[in-house]
Design a protein around this ligand. Structure first.
Ligand SMILES: [Zn+2]
Length: 89
């Protein structure tokens, strides 16, 4: 890993942007390893309060999958991605 890459990792995890109005969130390889593990509740990216963490289901088996973790914010009525593979974004 070069110094330039390390400096990039010291900044906020992930990068957010918009391509032709479509929002995206990009996370680099190994970028999440040092992040704390998500718990039963997590800080909401929208209102900064704690909400219950929920998970989606595996598209193949229909069973709950911990790959993607979300919180539902009652203030906005939207769900937000908060963790990938149990690591907080
Ligand atoms: Zn919220």
């Amino acid at each position: 890993m070069t110094n330039k890459e390390e400096k990039k990792e010291e900044r906020k995890i992930g990068s957010r942007g918009s391509l032709d109005g479509v929002p995206y969130f990009a996370v680099g390889n190994n970028e999440l390893e040092r992040q704390p593990k998500v718990g039963k509740t997590c800080i909401c990216p929208n209102c900064k309060k704690r909400h219950k963490v929920s998970y989606g289901e595996d598209a193949k088996t229909g069973e709950v999958s911990t790959i993607l973790a979300f919180v539902y914010c009652p203030k906005s009525g939207s769900s937000y991605l908060v963790a990938v593979n149990q690591k907080i974004l």
